[in-house]
Design a protein. Sequence first.
Length: 276
Amino acid sequence: MRTPALLAIILSGCGPKNAEDAPPPVGWHAEEGWTFECYAPPDYAQFNRTDRLMKRPEVLDQMLKQWTGGKTDAVAFEEERIFSLETVLLGRPEQIEAISQENYSRCVQVAGNNGSVNAWRDWVYSLPAKLTEGECLRPFDYTMFDYLEIGAGWQNSLSICQGDIIRISGTPKDRYRIEEGGPWINVAGDTARPAVGGEWPCNVEGCVAGQLILRFVSDAGVENIMPVGEELIYTAPEHGKISYRINDYTFFDNVWFEKRGLTDHTAIEITPMEAQ
């Protein structure tokens, strides 16, 4: 027969547990006072390597569902921005673990009316740049063909990685004029008319009126403009973007050379080069 003291010990051990002793929630849930559900990720450390790898895309799918408005809970971020983030995360699945934990924390703050949905959104939008900082996602490893516009400013915006070497050239046989009564010139420009200083886009030594020029803008926003002429071999000093145009600041009087019904059009080619 059990004594009263022993029975009291047994009963106390079978009583209700404190909330602190309960395991953390996993999956969609909402607590009292929340305005919508949040997705709590699992404890990734409890899984073996294979299960852990399989769990990451499952968790990502749930976050995407909410971010894109699939939960119909007043949370809906721009799909294009979310698609960019999804692309980055699919290439870096190990990052899903930390991001899902932080995302849960931010969701809880908003659902509990202790945080701003705008701050949550801005954090989500900032992730692609943070996750790819210092990386170059689009090296220039293809050949691009285009026709030069003599009536417009900078054309195209092509990604290039630090160390990429490109050859940019324009067909010298095609001619145009950049002012009424001016000489017919090609991509080499009007070599008798230096363009130093003033309003010329390319206004340093070696720049002339009307020539083909190249602009490089680094990811940090530093701009460098240089003459191309008929051809230039260029090595990108940093990750950034390149574009091109003719060296002119007014376009209304620019015309192509025309003869016997045939109009010239300068072809542009940008080709990746191997390091020597």
